[in-house]
Structure formats: structure tokens, C-alpha cells
Design a protein around this ligand. Structure first.
Ligand code: B12
Ligand code: SF4
Length: 446
């Protein structure tokens, strides 16, 4: 075996996700597999989602692939390191990719990785496998970071982005057990869902958002190619719904129109949910989405305070969010709002503005997070001087940080409580949460 791809995400260890039970296949690895197999490499995927660390370690020990390639995001750091170590002990070369490893290249290289791919993986990984097979110097492999003979970390030139995404094979779903994903969904939610990506990269500038893989680039597949893939998915897996997993699914109105035509020509209409920005929704878009079968749109709303939205460089007005939610509702589409507490400059009045905003929008769902700085983002740079790390690097994540001078976690729990009780019209709970906010407002992270 030339390459074993894996990712170190284990559903069994993720209590929160086990409750939600909406797992999706690791699309990045599936794209790498189909690209490399089309070029003659013997590639397998060990999809760790339904497995355990021990089973994965055993597979590496038994198979001893020449190269083990691991996807890493900020939450899977500990598992990625453990897998890399087992692979190295078993004589495999180790290559890491995905959004996190390039942000901490020297740490991952020190932990035993042979190379880190920064950005889009197909071109780099193909070149890396060829270089390793030919025992060539890694300095000519584009898009990687590696350790030189004197122990320093070197960065090769960037890899070219794939110019024509339509020329790429579809993600290699047949290499993994898609049935387990569909069964997990069906047994909990009564319907099975499959994810699809129609574009790569987001050109917007939200300061806290990680652009480590695709930068600010944006490339689209053709509407016809996506409709073909959807038709195949429907034949192959008979899912009850899809998740269009793009960063901003409605970014290009003309593309959505074309996609609607392509789907209609194929007699296809399948329920789906997606994520977008409020400024990319208008009445026509809402109608087209409804016609396509869209039943829920998630909107990155973040805050009801324009001052904070501007500080985040969100590029959206709170009023646009209200309008988008209204237009979607008028077309029978549910909405979900993502909200963020604790961004730089947030004051009590901004929290109150967010509460009022959500009440005015009346979304079907909303999810809150306390903002955390992902390495490599402008937000990270803004707060870098005030970061208090909790625990040693290998046992923590980018989420396990405190920002000196920011309110305590207890304060944001009161903010959550206030939001929920205000939106649900529970006056007593809202009053209690307001008291809690006032009492904890003096508690700051040291
Ligand atoms: C879909 C998605 C999810 C799904 C994941 C479902 C799944 N199994 O795929 C869900 C909703 C579960 C999710 C959750 C989270 N996500 Co998410 N997610 C995404 C999203 C929107 C798309 C991922 C995708 O499929 N991309 C398309 C594929 C083709 O790209 P790719 O995965 O990056 O793969 C390419 C390269 O990275 C590289 N590559 C990938 N793997 C490997 C491996 C090797 C060996 C090599 C060499 C190269 C390589 O090559 C691939 C092809 O070019 C991305 C943003 C984005 N547009 O990528 C965020 C993103 C990956 N998520 C992010 C975050 C923060 C999270 C959460 C931590 C959020 C949270 N607070 O809970 C959780 C983590 C969950 C977990 N436990 O792992 C961040 C990651 C930042 C970081 N530095 O780690 C991203 C980048 C969003 C952002 N812009 O901030 N997410
Ligand atoms: S938050 Fe969404 S719109 Fe903003 S840069 Fe990230 S992916 Fe793009």
C-alpha cells in the first residue's frame, strides 16, 4: 500500500456529537483518495469516525503502509499526534494535512511528522508520494513544510491550485462505509444525509475565520457536474437529504439558477440544508432555494451589534440578517443562526443588541459559541498578546485558551441563558440571567 489516509476523529469519544448524531464523511480525504487512485497510487482510507484509536493503531501495525497521511483540524490535535507516533514507530513515513497542521508545522514535525502539506492537498501529496518513492529531496515538493538535515523547518514554494475542479474525480465515497453514516442518521433522525461540496474557498474576510487551506480564493465546480454527482449519490445511497457543505452555498446567484435548471432537467429534487451569509440571500434566491428542496439555511449572524459586526469585518448589516430570515421563512425554509459571544470590544449593550436581534429575527434555531482565536487568523493576531494557554500544546486545542481581560465563562453562560429565556418569552428566567450578568460582569479572565 502506497498510502493510508486517516483523520483521527472518533465519534465514540465525542459526547456532544454522539448526542447530535449527524456525522459526515471526511470529504477532503475522499477527494485525495480519488485523485491519487486515478494516478495509479495504491491508496486506502481508514475512516476512524466509527472506530477507535486502538483499532486504527492495529490497522497501521498490521498493514504497515509506506506512508500514513492524516487530516487534522484544531479539535483532533491529540489524536493526530498519537497516530503519527504509532505510524512512525512502525516505519511509515508520516504526512499531515488539513486546516490545522500547517499552523503548527514545527510542533508537528518535532512530534514525528515527515512533512506537512499547507493548503489544497491533491497536487502536493501526489508530488510528495513520487518524491518519497524515488527517494528524492523533498525541497522540490510544492506546498509542503519539512525538516532539513540541520533540523530547521523549511517551506517549499506553494503548490498551484487546481484550475479546473470539474476535471477532478468525485470524492471516493466507495472507499468507505457510507452505510454506517446513513444508518447513524436514520436511526436517530429518521432520514439519512450525504454531504456535497460545490466550491472551494471563501473570499470574505471575517477576522476570526480560518483560511489556512484555500486562502481567500474561490473556485466553483460547474452546476452540471454537481447535479451529476447528486444524481449519482441519489442512485447509489438513496439518502433522504443532502448537506451542501460549502462555506457560503448561495455566494453566486447565477450559479444557483443554473444548478436549479440542471437539477430540474434531471427530474431531481432532494431536501437539503446549507450555510450562507445574509447578504447572499434575496427574494429570488429564497424562492429558488425552496424550489430546489432546501428546508433549512444556517446563517452566520454572529452578533446583533453593528459595531461588533464591523469589528469582525463580517461585511453584513444586522438588518440584512433579519431580512434574509424573513424571506426564507416566507418561502417555507427554516433558519438557523450562528452567534458568537466575547468578541473583542463586546460590551453589555452589544449582548443586549444580540438578544433583541434574535428576538426580531425569530429563527427556528440558534447556536452560540464563545469566540476563540484560531492560529493564523487576524483575530488571533489581535489577541495574541493576551492569550493565556491552558495546558501543554499537545494536550490542548486552539479552543482551550483564555483571553486576559475578557469576561469569565460563567458570564457567557448567563448571556446564553438570557438569550434563550428572552427568545422563549420566559420573563422570570430572563430577569435572573440579567442579574447573573450584572453580578459576574466584574469577573474577567486573568
Ligand atoms: C464540513 C465542515 C465541518 C463538518 C465536518 C464533517 C466532515 N466529516 O467532513 C462539521 C460540521 C462536523 C465540522 C465541525 C467542526 N469544524 Co468544520 N468545517 C467544515 C467545512 C465547512 C468544510 C470541510 C470540507 O469538506 N472541505 C472540502 C475539502 C475538499 O477540503 P479539506 O477538508 O480542507 O481538504 C483538503 C485539504 O485540507 C487537504 N487535506 C485534507 N486532509 C488531508 C490529509 C493529508 C494527509 C494531506 C496531505 C492533505 C489533506 O487536501 C484536501 C483536498 O484538497 C470547513 C471549511 C472548508 N471550506 O473547508 C470547516 C472547517 C474545517 N471547520 C473548522 C472548525 C473550527 C470546526 C470545529 C472545530 C467547529 C467547532 N467549534 O466545533 C468542528 C470540529 C469537529 C471535529 N471534531 O473534528 C475550521 C477548521 C480550522 C482549523 N484550523 O482547524 C474550518 C476550516 C472552518 C473555518 N474556516 O474556520 N466542520
Ligand atoms: S465566516 Fe463564512 S463568510 Fe466569513 S470568511 Fe469564513 S467562510 Fe467566509
Amino acid at each position: 500500500m502506497d498510502l493510508l489516509l486517516t483523520h483521527g476523529y472518533f465519534l465514540a469519544d465525542d459526547e456532544k456529537e454522539r448526542e447530535i448524531m449527524k456525522p459526515y464523511a471526511p470529504l477532503g480525504l475522499l477527494y485525495l483518495s480519488s485523485h491519487l487512485r486515478a494516478r495509479g497510487f495504491a491508496v486506502e482510507i481508514y475512516d476512524s469516525t466509527f472506530s477507535t484509536r486502538e483499532e486504527l493503531f492495529r490497522a497501521i501495525e498490521t498493514e504497515r503502509p509506506r506512508v500514513v497521511g492524516i487530516y487534522g483540524n484544531l479539535l483532533t490535535r491529540g489524536n493526530v499526534l498519537a497516530i503519527a507516533e504509532v505510524a512512525a514507530v512502525n516505519g511509515c513515513r508520516v504526512v499531515l494535512g488539513g486546516p490545522e497542521p500547517a499552523n503548527y508545522a514545527s510542533e508537528y514535525l518535532a512530534a514525528g511528522a515527515d512533512a506537512i502539506v499547507s493548503g489544497e492537498g491533491e497536487v502536493s501529496l501526489e508530488a510528495l508520494l513520487r518524491a518519497l518513492q524515488a527517494r528524492e529531496d523533498l525541497s522540490r515538493v510544492p506546498g509542503i513544510q519539512y525538516r532539513t538535515s540541520d533540523g530547521s523547518v523549511a517551506r517549499a514554494e506553494a503548490a498551484p491550485l487546481i484550475a479546473d475542479l470539474d476535471a477532478q474525480p468525485w470524492p471516493d465515497r466507495q472507499r468507505i462505509d457510507m452505510g454506517r453514516y446513513l444508518n447513524a442518521w436514520r436511526s436517530r433522525h429518521g432520514r439519512g444525509s450525504v454531504s456535497v461540496i460545490t466550491a472551494r474557498g471563501c473570499p470574505y474576510h471575517c477576522r476570526w475565520c480560518s483560511h489556512s487551506v484555500y486562502g481567500k480564493t474561490h473556485r466553483r465546480r460547474s452546476a452540471a457536474a454537481v447535479a451529476e454527482e447528486v444524481a449519482w449519490i441519489v442512485r447509489q445511497y438513496e439518502p433522504e437529504m443532502l448537506w451542501m457543505a460549502d462555506d457560503v452555498f448561495t455566494i453566486h446567484p447565477g450559479w444557483i439558477e443554473k444548478y436549479a435548471q440542471e437539477m430540474s432537467q434531471r427530474g431531481l429534487r432532494i431536501p437539503f440544508e446549507c450555510i450562507t451569509r445574509a447578504d447572499r440571500v434575496n427574494a429570488r434566491m429564497a424562492e429558488t432555494l425552496a424550489a430546489l428542496g432546501c428546508f433549512r439555511v444556517w446563517i452566520g449572524s454572529e452578533s446583533g451589534s453593528q459595531k461588533l459586526l464591523d469589528a469582525m469585518q463580517r461585511g453584513v448589516h444586522a438588518g440584512q440578517v433579519r431580512e434574509a430570515v424573513r424571506m426564507l421563512r416566507e418561502n417555507g425554509i427554516e433558519t438557523g443562526m450562528f452567534l458568537m459571544w466575547g468578541y473583542e470590544g463586546e460590551e453589555m449593550s452589544d449582548i443586549e443588541a444580540t438578544v433583541e436581534h434574535v428576538k426580531a429575527c425569530r429563527p427556528d434555531r440558534f447556536l452560540t459559541t464563545i469566540s476563540y482565536p484560531i492560529k493564523g487568523t487576524p483575530y488571533y493576531n489581535d489577541v495574541a498578546g493576551r492569550l493565556v494557554k491552558i495546558g501543554e500544546w499537545r494536550a490542548s486545542t486552539d479552543r482551550d485558551v483564555r483571553i486576559a481581560g475578557r469576561h469569565s465563562r460563567r458570564f457567557y453562560r448567563f448571556a446564553d441563558q438570557l438569550l434563550k429565556s428572552e427568545v422563549n418569552g420566559i420573563a422570570e428566567e430572563a430577569a435572573a440571567a440579567r442579574r447573573g450578568l450584572r453580578e459576574t460582569s466584574a469577573e474577567v479572565e486573568a
